[in-house]
Design a binder for this molecule. Structure first.
Ligand code: 16G
Ligand code: ZN
Length: 511
């Protein structure tokens, strides 16, 4: 009882603003940072309970991700480094919005025994968690994927790597160096750190790379504001480079988002035209590379690419028809893609916005490991197996990770001797447009078929179908945002004018 009173006493220091109702959305709670204090405290409680339930260490990540500086957010990380399960998202919403004694009353007696969680932040304060008896470690400033990695390491007794920031750099940089050790030409990468934690961490990591990758770092947080006119989301949505960075024609560039769980690549050509290489282009490059290696290694493993409705139609067409790779489509949100990717031996998943990674099944990892150690196989198979093994080690399988994705892409381009322009020409994106529409209640829109078709309101899908018919190679869909009070509209077609017109017409149909 005393413990419960203590929780209530502590909770009173973090009062819930009257009338404020928040929901655990696609990637946790997210709103203006000033309104999040009670949520932070309550997420400490939820992490304690989740740890008790799973008998494992849980992660709590505080981050504004790709959103403006005045925002913040918090989310839970499950034992293997993945997003917390859907039923616990419900518990999170309950705990955030109700009187603590009503929600916690039945379970207070055993609250803090045998449980632990770790915390990290990409910018905000962690003070709300530090009074918890169940806190195991405060990692301070880390990227979101670094905290996912730590959770996995904590719960696998170090098998995935050492649960320290040093351990993270050592694991991924060593794999990168191994992967590229026979490659002669080294080129240079221009990186936009979105004035976020990713920039700081790349700087920390540089010594581990032993000059094997030359990075010029921009938006490192020394001047500009977080995600302001820079970062992966800005570059993807605006389809232009971050402001204030001088980019030479043909130079290979990439942008992280504010917590470094998204990355996009781009360059400008000699005419000054901007070219974006988003999550779809990365998924294509990575899956092509992996498929070639699996063939060379003579390993019969099932590889698939998981996308969302936002994937450019050209990428899906290329993967299915030219690469003959299985493609699956899921609802937006990392947890959905991650889940489907787990069904395959090798599951490559990417959202077009640049969040993605590759998952290898246990069986696939074992087969690759065996082949890499086998002394009776020919050189070609062995070489492919060794490359596959190092590729596995350069990937953060817990979640999409801008740093690990960057190392993987850089390694593939170096091994293949490919320029960013050559990568870009693998297929040509269909022109596309995204719009957001403010409506009275976005929840009236319900979707099916991985958000590609609207079920309600009645007549909306039919109207979209009729508009799409007017254009060539056209596709369009609408969905309620999971993070903002808007409806999102996506359209693609054979020309930019058509894509723009279609998106506009569909947005009028949404009203
Ligand atoms: C969140 C998701 C991202 C998704 C986006 C969609 C995670 C870690 N992040 O940022 O995957 O693409 O929401 O936002 O799950 P929307 O519902 O507002 O379009
Ligand atoms: Zn992010």
């Amino acid at each position: 009882m005393a413990q419960f009173q203590e929780v209530l006493k502590q909770s009173a220091l973090h009062p819930k603003p009257a009338g404020l109702v928040l929901q655990y959305g696609t990637s946790g709670f997210r709103t203006n940072a000033k309104q999040l204090d009670h949520i932070m405290f309550r997420m400490g409680l939820l992490a304690t309970l989740r740890s008790k339930k799973t008998k494992a260490t849980i992660g709590v990540m505080v981050t504004a991700s790709h959103n403006p500086e005045e925002d913040n957010g918090v989310k839970l990380i499950d034992p293997m480094g993945e997003m917390v399960t859907q039923d616990w998202e419900e518990h999170a919403t309950q705990l955030a919005n109700y009187m603590l004694c009503n929600v916690l009353g039945p379970c207070f007696a055993w609250l803090f025994c045998f449980c632990s969680f770790i915390v990290g932040t990409s910018s905000g304060s962690l003070s709300a968690f530090l009074s918890f008896p169940s806190i195991l470690l405060d990692y301070g400033l880390v990227t979101t994927p670094q905290l996912h990695y730590m959770v996995c390491c904590q719960n696998t007794q170090g098998k995935y790597g050492e649960a320290t920031v040093e351990g993270y750099y050592t694991k991924f940089c060593q794999a990168f160096i191994q992967l590229t050790k026979n490659v002669r030409s080294r080129s240079h990468l221009c990186l936009d750190g979105a004035n976020g934690i990713g920039a700081l961490k790349v700087r920390e990591m540089e010594s581990h790379l032993k000059k094997e990758l030359q990075i010029s770092l921009n938006n490192d947080g020394s001047k500009g504001r977080l995600n302001h006119q820079c970062g992966a989301d800005y570059v993807k949505v605006q389809q232009k480079p971050p402001t204030g960075i001088k980019i030479n024609p043909g130079e290979r560039c990439c942008s992280f988002d504010g917590d470094a769980d998204r990355i996009v690549y781009y360059y400008t050509d000699s005419e000054g035209t901007f070219h974006l290489l988003d999550g779809d282009k990365m998924a294509t490059l990575i899956s092509t590379f992996l498929k070639e290696l699996l063939t060379q290694a003579g390993l019969d493993l099932k590889i698939a690419v998981v996308q969302t409705a936002y994937a450019n139609g050209s990428s899906t067409h290329y993967l299915e028809n030219t690469m003959k790779v299985l493609v699956r489509c899921t609802k937006t949100g990392v947890k959905h893609l991650h889940h489907v990717a787990q069904e395959f031996d090798v599951g490559v998943y990417f959202e077009a916005n640049g969040h993605g990674t590759v998952l290898f099944s246990k069986a696939a990892e074992e087969k690759i490991q065996q082949l890499a150690e086998d002394t009776n196989v020919n050189d070609k198979r062995k070489k492919a197996a060794l490359l596959l093994r190092n590729t596995i080690n350069v990937i953060n399988q817990t979640v999409g990770d801008a740093i690990s994705d960057m190392l993987l892409i850089e390694a593939i381009l170096a091994i293949k001797g490919m320029t960013i322009q050559q990568w870009d020409t693998i297929y040509t994106d269909l022109p596309n447009r995204q719009l957001k529409v403010k409506v009275a209640d976005r929840r009236v829109i319900d979707t099916t078929d991985a958000e590609r078709r609207a079920v309600t309101p009645a007549g909306l899908q039919e109207a979209i179908d009729n508009l799409v018919k007017k254009y060539r190679q056209a596709r369009s869909f609408v969905r309620p945002s999971g993070t903002e009070d808007v409806v999102r509209v996506y359209a693609e077609a054979d020309t930019q004018e058509s894509a723009d017109a279609l998106a506009h017409e569909v947005s009028l149909a949404v009203y």
